[in-house]
Structures are given as C-alpha cells and as structure tokens.
Design a protein around this ligand. Structure first.
Ligand SMILES: [Zn+2]
Length: 484
C-alpha cells in the first residue's frame, strides 16, 4: 500500500505531496511556492506575508457567518537530520516515506511528520466542500524549528481569528494548554594555540550511534549526550595519557540531543596501547550504563595526520571541566503537575579548534524565572572556565488557561467522538502559541494537539498510522461545532 492511500485519504494524500517538496528550515522557497499554487488551484484565498508565512482564508458556510473565526495553524519547515551514512540532500531530494506495520517512516532521515501532518490536515479542511463551519483562517508558519521566525514576524491584523488550533503536538489524545519558553546560551573563548609536544601521535576518536532526539520532549528519558560522554572520555584520556586536544566537534542542532562527536587528540607514542584500552573500556562502560536506553554506542579510534597546533593544557582542562560541570538534562519538574518537566538544559553543540571554542546550549522552562536561573547557573560554570557567555533568542512560555472556551469545546468533542477523556497537559517544548498570541496583540484562546509521532527531530522520526483518523476527526468536529 502507498502512503497516499492510507485513511483518511484527504490527509495522507496531502502529506505525501508535502514529502515531495524539500522544506528544511531556512530553505522554504519551494514549499512556499507549492502552498501558494495549491491554494490557487483549490480556490482558497492564499497569501504570503513578509515573514514568509503562508496564510489562507475561507469564508463561513452560509448561515454560520456569526461564529467565532477559527485559526488552524501548523509550521511548514522540517528539521533536516540524517544518519552519518545517509546520502540524502535535504535541499533537493523528496523524502521516500514508507509504511512499516502501524508506522510511516523513512530511510535514515527525519520524516517531516513534524509538522507535515499538521499542514496536511489544514489543507484537507480547507479543500473540504462538505464541511459546515464558521469563518476559517489558516496560518502555516515559516522556520519554526530554527527559532520560530515566522511566528515572531507575524504582523498584528494579519489574522482576524482569536481562537487558534495549533496542530503541532505529538501525542494523540493529549490537549496542550501551556508550553515551555526557551533561551539560547552560547559560551565562547579564543586562545593562542601551541605546537603539539615531541614524540606524539595524533588520533581521531569518534563517538557514534546515540539515539539523540528532541532536546525538550525527550530530555527526561535519560538518553546519552554525545558531548557529555566525550567529556568523560577526554578527562580520562588526559589522566591516563596526557592527551592534547586539537579539535572537538559534537552535535549540530541547538534543539537536538547530540548523537555524535569526535575529537582529534595527540598522545605520546609510547601511550598508544593505553589509549586503545581506554577507548574500549569507555565503549563497554557506556553501553552497560545506558542499556535499555541506548543501543550500539560506538567509540572508535584511528590514526590521523599530526595537527599543526592544539589547545594549551590549561585551556584544555578548563574546557573539559566546563563540559563536565555544566548542568544537562532535567533540572526541575513542575511542582503542581506530576511527571511534567519544568526546567531543563541540553548541551547541544561543542566546537573546539583553531584557537576557538564555542558551546551552544538550549535551556527550556514553562516558568520564566526558573529559565533565567538555569541560564545564569550555566553562565557561572562557563565564566569559571574563562569563557564569555551570551544569552539570545529568549522567549516566554505559554501560561495555561483552564477556563478556556476552546478547551471546553475540545474536551466535549473528544468525549463525544471517542467515549473517553482527553488528557490535558503542558508540553516541555516551545510551541508557537505564545508567540503568535503576542504577535497578534494578545487575547487568543489556544490549544495545541496532533497525531502520535515518535522521535521527531531525529532519523528515527515516525508517525503512528492509527492516530491520524482520530486526529483528523477531532479537527473536523471542532471546526463543525465551532467555539462559544
Ligand atoms: Zn513541530
């Protein structure tokens, strides 16, 4: 069976069409052109705003003009992550999605169900001529994954609706009424490199095979962080064979748990066997420590040409100490909501070499003051290591409103359709809701929900097929019922 034949076809055929259009964050010309053309063909008023968002407007069914205008919202870009051996080019290649049992997946890359499924559902609602509804608007935002630039750039007055359904959550049956804000923490330093000592050999040590994943949604699963593991290796390598550090590259996305890292080190020629033993020991130790969470962590070592320079010992030690000392993972759970992460940080990217070191971390919290406390704690550690620390991209969380009319309508729809109650939650990730609310002048009533996706932002990304009919039925029901 092809994915475009899955039920409901109205959604899957649009999702399939989206997989054919390259749309990595930062390169949206193709998807914008596609959506504009699609709207034109479907006879829907469609336009692009200055921020690159695509907007659509569909008038109410006759007699329902007096209802509140509903905004359906999703983002058009996708995270371009792939495995080290994948030949995929995100700028040109379609995503070859396929069915595997109850899941739709693809080969060695992100799938783009985050948030292609939301966009596909919006297209299905917009082109449906049988639905009866009040005034409808759609907002398909640009570059959500790299900093919610489309949402930030939305102009007041672009949207008329004040009730918004954000279709960018990842577990069917959950209604999100709040989300985490975030802040980027960047620590950097410059240093004068030294020549490696005599009688040394250079080695490249490579760590691979970690699961990675979303730095918010999956931060509480205890997954290994490639930069933290590499920090542990480097500390031992310095102790055991006084390894010199010439280069470090770990992670490549600020919002993903890093899956791989490598270092270039120099080691006294006579210490070769000690180094080999250490690499083997680390690999065994980590696979034991992370058994059931990770599978197949590999740490390998290969000879490499002698680098011209490396970090002085003091700088090397400061950087390793900072990597080991900085907080990574869950810092606090929400005191009033069990098992829900409030504040976390992720040591996303480490780059050392050529006289420069840069660490990038993303801190998240639904509580703005705890977010700043976490960011300042990190700043303390990096400052002790002699680094300069910069905060950027700060945005607030979204405060839950338990009395929202939209929440009441959606809970009722869910119960009517499926005979059970939806779970009401707060997500530990940035949703665009808070930013769209602010950009539209405030006063928005919002909910975020979606079908079931696993491991978004990683090459394991997959979507649970049976969740799509339920997700789409719920969207349709709310659109048909309207909101008081
Ligand atoms: Zn998303």
């Amino acid at each position: 069976m092809k994915i475009e034949e899955l039920s409901p076809v109205a959604v899957w055929k649009n999702f399939h069409a989206l997989t054919q259009v390259p749309r990595p964050s930062g390169h949206l010309e193709k998807i914008q052109a596609f959506l504009l053309q699609w709207g034109k063909n479907a006879g829907i008023e469609t336009w692009q705003d200055e921020a690159g968002n695509i907007l659509m407007r569909k008038p109410a069914t006759k007699g329902l003009e007096g209802r509140k205008c509903l905004v359906l919202q999703a983002h058009m870009d996708m995270v371009p992550q792939k495995t080290a051996d994948s030949p995929h080019d995100f700028l040109t290649d379609p995503i070859p999605a396929y069915i595997d049992g109850d899941w739709v997946k693809t080969h060695g890359t992100t799938l783009g169900a985050d948030d292609g499924m939301g966009v596909a559902a919006i297209m299905a609602i917009m082109e449906d001529k049988t639905l009866k509804h009040g005034p409808l608007e759609a907002l398909i935002t640009a570059d959500e994954e790299t900093g919610m630039f489309g949402a930030f750039g939305l102009k007041e007055g672009e949207l008329q609706g004040k009730v918004l359904l954000n279709l960018d959550s990842e577990t069917e049956g959950e209604l999100y009424i709040g989300c985490a804000g975030g802040i980027d923490v960047t620590a950097s330093m410059q240093y004068l490199e030294i020549e490696p000592f005599e009688n040394r050999k250079a080695w490249r040590v490579t760590l691979k095979g970690l699961r990675g994943g979303h730095s918010g949604l999956e931060i509480n699963e205890g997954r290994a962080n490639a930069n933290k593991l590499m920090g542990r290796f480097m500390r031992e390598a310095v102790l055991v064979c006084n390894a010199g550090l010439a280069e470090w590259k770990g992670g490549n996305m600020r919002n993903a748990i890093p899956r791989d890292a490598h270092v270039v080190i120099t080691v006294p020629t006579r210490s070769k066997s000690k180094l080999m033993k250490l690499v083997e020991e680390c690999q065994t130790l980590w696979n034991n420590e992370f058994a059931t969470i990770e599978s197949g962590i590999t740490l390998t070592v290969e000879p490499i040409e002698m680098p011209e320079s490396e970090a002085p010992e003091e700088i090397r030690d400061n950087l390793i100490n900072a990597i080991l000392g900085c907080q990574n993972g869950v810092m606090r759970y929400i005191p009033t909501i069990p098992d829900t992460v409030e504040t976390s940080s992720n040591l996303s990217i480490v780059e050392i070499g050529q006289g420069e070191a840069t660490f990038s971390l993303l801190v998240r919290s639904s509580c703005d003051s705890m977010k700043m406390f976490q960011a300042i704690s990190l700043k303390s550690v990096f400052t002790m290591a002699g680094m300069k620390v910069k905060f950027s991209g700060s945005y607030s969380g979204w405060q839950p409103d338990v009395d929202s009319p939209l929440l009441a309508a959606m809970k009722e729809s869910y119960r009517k359709l499926f005979g059970t109650d939806a779970k009401v939650c707060v997500v530990h990730a940035g949703l665009e809701c808070g930013i769209i609310n602010a950009a539209s002048g405030g006063g928005m009533d919002m909910i975020s929900f979606g079908p079931t996706l696993m491991s978004p932002h990683s090459p394991d990304e997959r979507v649970f097929i049976p969740s799509i009919p339920k997700f789409y039925d719920l969207v349709r029901h709310v659109v048909e019922q309207g909101v008081k």
